[in-house]
Design a protein around this ligand. Structure first.
Ligand code: KMH
Ligand code: ZN
Length: 274
């Protein structure tokens, strides 16, 4: 089986220090968390950024500052900025980090309830606009899907030429409003994507490690991190993103999957290839 790509979603936009005091806000904290994840075996850092007070921002200069600081410490790591940002942000705000021409960025492929009155809005035209921009700059989209219909949207946009082949999906499973984090649903999602695609799985909350284990067995990849889950195990907060990555590495080793380096992750994902 292909080596396992571990992505660390170190920060997110919704989780705060009240959920876990190690959630990073400042540039220094973001570098600390990225480093802990990288040293534990993550090859991709999925990045949201905050102002020092913790308020999420998509400001291009804040992204630039954080990416430069991460790359200074870890030149080979893949940094994947979010274009989802936080619920309620405008498209203009959200797309900003793509102008830095990162190797990858997220492309959210549908609208989703996000609990309470929150709706994460991604209209068809938004998805097309973001996909078109990423294609023009040769930024590989990680196609974020919160439900099966979002896979179908990505497949339609692939046919229409907005997304290149060898698509890479992230199945986000267990959001209050999206697909559940069950074995049946993960197998359904995997069987719904083209055979030349790759996928990673983000199990939300307590589903994180069960979904990770099943993805490892199915030949998929894994995302963990504070954005999705702040607990190492029931009742125990993770001290760092690195602790979450370490747990995935232990599970993978037991299941016979080797861990990809950033260089190997680039090869698996075809980064930089047009
Ligand atoms: N924070 C969510 C509203 C992404 O990074 O592209 C969107 C999100 C997805 O986290
Ligand atoms: Zn995100």
């Amino acid at each position: 089986m292909e080596k396992l790509i571990i992505t660390a979603a170190i920060c997110g936009a919704e989780v705060t220090k009240e959920h876990n005091p190690s959630v990073p806000y400042t540039v220094e904290e973001i570098v600390r968390e990225a480093k802990s994840a990288y040293e534990a075996g993550a090859s991709i850092i999925h990045l949201h950024v905050r102002n020092d007070d913790g308020v999420p921002t998509q400001d291009i200069n804040r992204f630039k500052e954080c990416i430069t600081a991460i790359k200074k410490e870890m030149p080979e790591v893949i940094v994947q900025p979010s274009t989802g940002g936080a619920v309620g942000m405008s498209n203009e705000e959200r797309i900003q980090p793509v102008n830095l021409i990162p190797e990858m960025a997220t492309l959210d492929c549908g609208t989703c309830n996000f609990g309470g009155d929150d709706i994460f809005v991604n209209t068809e035209n938004t998805i097309k606009e973001f996909a078109f921009k990423m294609m023009g700059l040769n930024v590989k989209p990680e196609i974020e899907v919160f439900d099966k219909g979002m896979i179908d949207m990505a497949l339609r946009l692939n046919k229409k030429g907005y997304i290149r082949d060898s698509m890479h999906f992230n199945f986000v499973m267990g959001v209050n409003g999206g697909i559940s984090a069950t074995y049946r649903d993960l197998i359904f999602m995997k069987e719904s994507i083209p055979s030349n695609s790759t996928f990673t799985v983000s199990g939300i909350g307590k589903a994180q490690f069960e979904m990770a284990a099943l993805s490892i067995l199915l030949g998929g990849h894994v995302r963990v991190g504070f954005e999705d889950n702040v607990y190492l195990k029931k009742g125990t907060l993770a001290k760092s993103n690195g602790e979450l990555v370490e747990r995935v590495v232990r599970i993978a080793k037991e299941l016979g999957r080797e861990i990809a380096t950033p260089k190997e992750a680039r090869e698996i994902l075809g980064l930089g290839v047009k």
